[in-house]
Design a binder for this molecule. Structure first.
Ligand code: CA
Length: 280
């Protein structure tokens, strides 16, 4: 009897130990997605999607994340705009944002080159995927910003890097000189220096969402992205926020929307209505 009991206890302990491990295996992850097309349009910019195991391989991967992004943002969903297939190179993209070009796409996770569409993703990862613009010389160079991008100070210091290859064909990040900084697609007077650096004064920019990117004449950049959500102090500009137009609210960021909630409940209702319409 004692032996039976100890076996039962052992089984119970084993079950108890197994349960938390099972609970830790995530069923979903929230990931931020950026996609650019072959014309270098940023068609999805740093948008959050909930990733689930849609391809049933038992893991949350880049493939699942891009599928989810098309379900949410592409007209007609993933069925219309996205496809992947097993090839001799492993799981590969065959269609991105509706474009089929024979497999010329790239994808990075947290600005690091991914080995395969089957690479796993987790909460807060940033996935960036692009369609090649140059199908003859394959000159498209993935690029990204580094700097004080996590804080919200008025002065934004960015360094622009583009991926290239050294003599041994190892991937290497090179600073990009002379790149023109763009705000929401409009060129600015800001240009990166010899070290790829640029310091942007945000003080004069009104509240709203700004997509910062860059173009270059010397490097065929896959558009880099940094998103700024500017907020205005409620003590400075309260009057203009009493009855905002929904169409304006739709273009403001989530943090700005939160601010409106504090300012006015009616505005909050409009904000959500506007945001929902924007997401369709
Ligand atoms: Ca999966």
């Amino acid at each position: 009897m004692k032996k039976v009991l100890s076996i039962l206890v052992a089984a119970l302990v084993a079950t108890t130990l197994a349960s938390p491990a099972k609970a830790l295996a995530a069923d979903s992850a929230n990931v931020k997605i950026t996609i650019s097309d072959s014309s270098k349009n940023l068609v999805v910019v740093d948008e959050e999607v909930t990733v689930t195991d849609v391809d049933n391989d038992g893991a949350l991967t880049i493939n699942d994340a891009l599928y989810a992004a098309h379900e949410k943002f592409y007209e007609g969903g993933a069925e219309a705009g996205y496809a992947s297939a097993s090839t001799e190179w492993g799981l590969s993209l065959t269609k991105l944002w509706g474009e089929e070009n024979g497999g010329s796409y790239g994808y990075y996770v947290n600005d690091a080159m991914a080995m395969s569409l089957g690479d796993t993703v987790k909460d807060n990862d940033r996935v960036k995927a692009y369609v090649y613009s140059d199908l003859t010389a394959w000159s498209d160079a993935y690029s990204y910003f580094e700097g004080n991008i996590e804080d919200d100070s008025d002065e934004l210091e960015l360094t622009l890097y583009a991926m290239g290859f050294d003599e041994s064909f190892n991937p290497v990040a090179n600073p990009v000189e002379g790149a023109v900084i763009t705000f929401n697609g409009e060129e600015t007077d800001y240009v990166t220096d010899a070290n790829g650096k640029v310091t942007i004064d945000l003080a004069d920019y009104e509240a709203g969402k700004y997509v910062i990117s860059a173009t270059s004449d010397s490097v065929n950049l896959v558009p880099p992205v940094h998103v700024v959500y500017r907020q205005v102090s409620p003590f400075e500009e309260t009057p203009s926020l009493i009855s905002p137009k929904p169409e304006n609210l739709a273009e403001t960021g989530a943090s700005a929307v939160m601010f409106y909630v504090v300012g006015s409940l009616a505005a909050a209702g409009a904000a959500f209505a506007g945001k929902r319409r924007n997401e369709k």
